[in-house]
Write a new protein. Structure first.
Lengths: 455, 455, 455
């Protein structure tokens, strides 16, 4: 597990601080599914990784959908009769119903009311609401703000444009030894919402940095797309590429203090499902594996029946289940450096399982090989063997060409990491050969040789 | 779910009252496996549904069995020396050991004793006992009655005949669009026992009335047969018909207040097993699914290895597990209008699942189709979707030609009814096509068209 | 189940006494993986059963291993300056690090210390330690003995030899009607350790006596081998024989009071796994089935991937989990006559399942055959059937040529013994035929006849 081992040599506190700082820089931007908000977000990510940005014109058909008009906003407010900005977009970009059409009018409170959104249960928080596919305008405000609005006339202004333009998304492709791909996807369309959006953007960006420049078995594709329409647009334009995806993860809500959750792909027993379940089980007892359901983030599109890609979704708290979700309380305080860093570590661990999961063949399958004379067994008998020796016995016994390391990890309850070290050592000692043309850590000479003969 | 929907528009109280009244009319008849009791029972059912009655002569070989002699009884009593009818068939037809041969003699109590049956634990109840296949005579009485019998001579009379005649059974065939059959079977051979026999007879009769005149996918066959020998006789004479049975239910003990139980067919994963399990799970948390075992009611014969038909058994309390079972306490008080009506509703719901379970094909399988522009999605984003939209996403995602609605119901936990409505709506909107040549509710034009092309 | 039935007619107390007496006779011998200790152990077993002893020369290659030098020991001690034998091999043969090379020297305590082994947690017990594959010498002693050793000079003597010689093992082959084999294997290499070694030796020896002279379906092979190297040696010399092994049991730790444990074979669903699980489930609620893991006793070798034999391991307490394990406290008090006898009974019961497990065919598969007229059913109907009749119904219903008696036992929860009796009776009555050319108890005339026609 070279990736995880190397990651664990880093200062986790510093990693967390960097992740949080990156999220903080992205926080103030008013993103939407199109427009300058997502464009400047992608530009900021480009300072970290060489993202390729695509611009798809309004009106482009993408499966059953059409790329929408581009939305941009400069200002918005509700002013009282005496000119005070009671609701002010400049103070919080959540105040606007995202994708609001322009309006500038004076109207009574009762005319204004159908355009106001609040959360009764959390009277101090501003909700996040959108109206992407039905033209509308509106304001989101705290319920306390609403209660303070007296009868009377209000000046209402939304200085936005909804015009032909482009949908923007970013893509970073890291070539590996094979063209088989691992997809890491996150949406980049929410305004100032930290956990639901910026945590995923940050972890994905830093994961890309961790993997860049390595000798990797798989090629890796990082997507930063507007939710739903972005994934659909990418899939419509990349059907051949999609067929190369062997494993995939959607990242969202990976910055809060909740335990990890992994939502399985539609296939439910894909290798990514098993790898994630294994890593989370060894990460903490409170982590949970969720069955697939169609509703969710962009795994909705990747797991649509026409694609049925092996793409799951990694979260800490599950979106929609915590009160801060889609409110102004999902802010930079709600996500924490430590939690972001742990999430990045889990991603690295999952990638390491994918990179190193392979089938070996025990070259001495009849009875146990004599480990003792190779220095792989305890010299004094009669007392219990230690965990490392036990891992060796597991790897030898089940390396019959049928069981992968992950299979053995699941059956034995031993961590993939420990089994990988055992397999590595046994390979070095000439007791195992590799079965698949999988990747290997630099310097694994025995494998390199074998690889030539593998299909 | 047109059948269930229509059923739910009825007055359940009135339905229950009708069911109980029907059971009450049948209650006094002294039924047995042959003879005038079952014959008059079938006649009474014919007033509700056009039952075809078969008469099979004594001596007819039916597989390993032979149709027995016909039994009829006019009177029976045990008289004290002073002429008092201490045990009187006219008061309760359970007093006779069912199928007793005739006897008229005076004998001492000790001679009489081997012919008397009581229940020690329930000294006020009369047991139900039979001796169909070994000629014998006897009386069933309450244990208190037995204790009151003093030493002395008793006049014992059973005015019965056991002679060559016929075995009678009733059959009602409701043709559907296909010759594939659903079997509804109940025994009609118990004397005054309400739950174990009349509840099933009533619910089956009223279910037949509910289905009559509908445009049905399946053909329905209702059997009213004497237990064991009747089912064996029917199967022996209808082996070709039996091969058309796709789903089947035996009904018994469906009138008491117990929670629902469904005993699975020998196959254990037949569609009827899954349909019943689904309906009961959504009916109440206390309902239970029982594994198949060979002992039971006529599913014993339908599930014999030579037939292995997909026939389960629907009950409320499980026969043999409640103290009233096979005693005089299984009377008209023990069954209740409300419980009978609920049982009928469960049957209708199961039939509706069978009628409407099919595989659809999502015509827009690549990514989600845009539900919003079809009015099938919430216009404002950011808050949770409702259950109906969620059902649509489930149906779309799994309508890959492999998953039936029942498969989706099992995987999602959503009720079949809700999924069916979603599928119906999505079909209307042109997003789904049907896969199987299954039935459809009247007016489902889209399906009717598709059906032509289906195999 | 003729074997178990016959066993149950014995006096279990007497059986237990004999088993324990046999273990007691073997107890004082200083066994090791080679040498006179194991040789005299095999000689003692030969007084019970006609064991064939093999002697394999030192240096013989056996798969990845080589038969080691032969070890013999006459005496060993640590003497104080005043000539007192402080640690005395004659008092307990555990005092020697098993396979110690010879030494005779005077040395200081600090020089001696690296050669001393104790158990800190159990200061009164002597540990059992070995050094088979790395030449070394040492003493095992109680921690209290160690603490009593003052600084000073000690005379250290191990009068052993480690020279070219032989590895000895014993084998008893009981031919049955087929060449398919059941393997019963136990190690015979531990010195005075009662549960971990002598319990298995005793139970295996007495099981062989129980089976000798019977008309058996399978051939039985009993192996008494030194652990690890003995099993490897036998497998290396008997690869063709190994391919005949259909079921196998390793016996160890079968004399203590713990509940039964069965560790499954690597295949995990072999017939031996299911037979053992069935017998243990009906033996006691506290018995447990353990998943396979590579570490253990000689099932390690039988279940190596090149062989993958269906061999499990029967224990009471699991080796390594009780404090007495591999210490002087695993003595003749720790094993009890009753527990040894129960273990033998479990072995007989498992063998009986293997011997009698077969598929039958119901000759009357359409509906139930009429059991009543064959005296196999209750004459009076209306009350519950008894367990014997229920077993008959299960056997009839599932004797479709696909389900074995063990399948039916697992599905019904009824004991194999009860089902076997039902099948036996139904066969006698001409209702069943046997499917497999399986064995049968003497006198099962119907089967004997059928057997001719079976493949």
């Amino acid at each position: 597990m070279p990736l995880l081992k190397e990651f664990d040599q880093k200062d986790l506190v510093a990693v967390g601080r960097d992740l949080h700082r990156f999220a903080s820089e992205l926080y103030p931007i008013c993103r939407s599914i199109t427009g300058s908000g997502i464009r400047s977000t992608l530009s900021r990510i480009q300072l970290q990784i060489p993202l390729e940005v695509s611009e798809v014109p309004t009106g482009t058909p993408v499966f059953d959908w059409t790329v929408p008009k581009e939305w941009n906003i400069r200002d918005a407010y509700i002013k009282s009769a005496n000119g005070e900005r009671l609701v002010d977009f400049r103070k919080c970009n959540l105040h606007i119903l995202n994708y609001s059409t322009p309006v500038h009018a004076t109207m009574s409170l009762s005319e204004l009311m159908p355009h106001l959104f609040t959360i009764l249960e959390k009277p101090e928080w501003i909700p996040y609401r959108t109206s992407y596919y039905k033209e509308n305008w509106g304001f989101c405000l705290s319920h306390n703000q609403l209660l303070a609005l007296a009868d009377g006339e209000y000046e209402v202004c939304i200085d936005s444009t909804l015009e032909d333009g482009h949908l923007s998304y970013g893509e970073y492709y890291l070539p590996g030894r094979t063209s088989d791909e691992v997809l890491i996807s996150c949406h980049a369309c929410h305004p100032s919402l930290a956990n639901v959006n910026l945590s995923g953007l940050s972890v994905a960006t830093f994961l890309a940095q961790c993997l860049a420049g390595r000798d990797l078995r798989y090629s890796y594709r990082f997507l930063f797309v507007p939710g739903t329409i972005g994934a659909i647009t990418w899939l419509a334009r990349n059907q051949k590429v999609a067929s190369l995806i062997r494993h995939g993860l959607v990242l969202t809500c990976v910055g809060d203090e909740g335990p990890f959750h992994y939502k399985k792909s539609r296939r439910s027993d894909a290798e990514i499902d098993r790898a994630a379940a294994h890593v989370l089980a060894h990460q903490s007892e409170s982590s949970k594996i969720l069955e697939f359901e169609p509703y969710g983030y962009d795994e909705r599109q990747y797991c649509s029946p026409g694609f049925n890609l092996p793409v799951g979704c990694l979260m800490r708290s599950v979106w929609g289940t915590f009160p801060e979700y889609h409110t102004s309380a999902d802010n930079l305080e709600f996500i924490r450096p430590q939690h972001l860093a742990e999430s990045l570590r889990v991603c690295v661990a999952i990638v390491d399982v994918l990179e190193n999961n392979r089938r070996y063949r025990n070259l001495y399958p009849h009875c146990e090989p004599q480990l003792g004379r190779r220095g792989l067994y305890s010299a004094t008998g009669g007392s219990a063997i230690d965990a490392d020796i036990n891992a060796r016995l597991w790897v030898l016994n089940f390396s019959d060409g049928e069981h992968s390391l992950l299979d053995i990890a699941e059956r034995s309850g031993i961590s993939f990491e420990t089994l990988f070290e055992a397999a590595d050592l046994l390979s070095d000692k000439g007791l195992l050969s590799t079965q698949d043309g999988g990747g290997s850590a630099p310097g694994r000479a025995a494998w390199q040789r074998d690889k030539v003969n593998c299909t």
